[in-house]
Design a protein around this ligand. Structure first.
Ligand SMILES: [Zn+2]
Length: 318
């Protein structure tokens, strides 16, 4: 992704909000095709890049923009840089957040063969909302991630009235307090999206697609946990309220930008993972962060059986 001033046509690799010369908002320019114009082989491991050898490719797109890309696969100069896609429902797409989360979401969905949505599609978003804490604790879905998901939906012409953000109230902590402190309520209000209390929900909203938004935590099956928490426990009750959940597709868009470790401190990972199979996604994430003791629910899933697209596990593992 590159960012271009519509007036003076200057191009940046990072989303500075406005052109410093013209003060205009920059346009997002998507790269269509890339060629390898340089290759560097790295044979010395570092903390953030423990798996060697790997290759740093210098890529150039059709407009002459250049950037560096880490690859576990060796390429030759002048070779086309193509990334394999997969429409397998069990595949997991992995992509780095370079500067904007929206770019990583778009790329991952493209890698999984796209998503069938139009302006009449009804979407229910299930963010992670488990604690009345500020975003930097990374207990809940971050406001930036929810905002990027909404931007993606608006880009695909979805109307705000067809999007609901759902959470389940519990007896212990008030849903209002969690929504407010996490910053998620603010994002909903700014985008004219109605927050939905699934326990009190009326029967008239039947989603075509459920977007499961876990925030991944090291050593946990966060994607599956978020589905079970909301849809599992009171599945029958919620299916009745939200139509046939069985016929509804559940797509997991997982946030792994800044992630919690088992001691609850956070570390930077800078990834987004997307899949229709939440368990496979949890398994791939735990392989990337090299979890020593896998959660029980993931122990029987073999990593080599999961199709992974986008970034290879070895490229992003640390
Ligand atoms: Zn300009």
């Amino acid at each position: 992704m590159f960012y271009k001033c519509p007036k003076c046509k200057k191009v940046w690799q990072y989303p500075i909000a406005k052109c410093p010369d013209c003060f205009l908002e920059l346009e997002r320019i998507k790269t269509q095709k890339a060629k390898v114009i340089g290759v560097c082989k790295t044979i010395i491991p570092t903390l953030l890049h423990p798996k060697i050898p790997y290759f740093i490719l210098l890529l150039e797109d059709e407009k002459g923009n250049k950037w560096a890309h880490k690859s576990i696969k060796e390429y030759k100069i002048t070779e086309d840089f193509d990334i394999e896609k997969s429409s397998d429902k069990n595949a997991v797409a992995v992509w780095r957040i370079k500067y904007d989360i929206l770019e990583a979401i778009e790329k991952n969905i493209e890698l999984l063969g796209g998503i069938e949505i139009n302006q009449d599609t009804k979407i229910l978003i299930l963010p992670t909302l488990v604690s009345p804490t500020h975003p930097y604790f990374r207990d809940n879905t971050s406001p930036q991630f929810l905002k990027a998901v909404l931007e993606f939906l608006f880009e695909n012409n979805l109307k705000p009235e067809n999007i609901k953000v759902g959470a389940e109230s519990s007896n212990e902590i008030s849903i209002e307090k969690m929504a407010q402190k996490s910053g998620l309520l603010q994002v909903c209000l700014e985008n004219k999206i109605e927050p939905l209390d699934l326990v009190k929900a009326k029967q008239d909203f039947k989603p075509d697609i459920i977007l499961n938004l876990p925030i991944l935590k090291i050593g946990k099956a966060s994607a599956m946990e978020n589905i079970i928490k909301i849809l599992g426990k009171s599945h029958a009750q919620i299916s009745k309220k939200l139509g046939q959940v069985k016929q509804t597709k559940i797509l997991t868009l997982a946030e792994a930008g800044v992630v919690q470790k088992s001691d609850k401190f956070t570390t930077f990972l800078g990834l987004v993972l997307v899949s229709y199979n939440a368990l496979n996604l949890d398994r791939v994430f735990n392989e990337i962060v090299m979890t020593k003791d896998l959660p029980e629910i993931l122990k029987t899933i073999k990593i080599e059986d999961i199709p992974v697209v986008g970034r290879a596990i070895e490229e992003v593992q640390h």
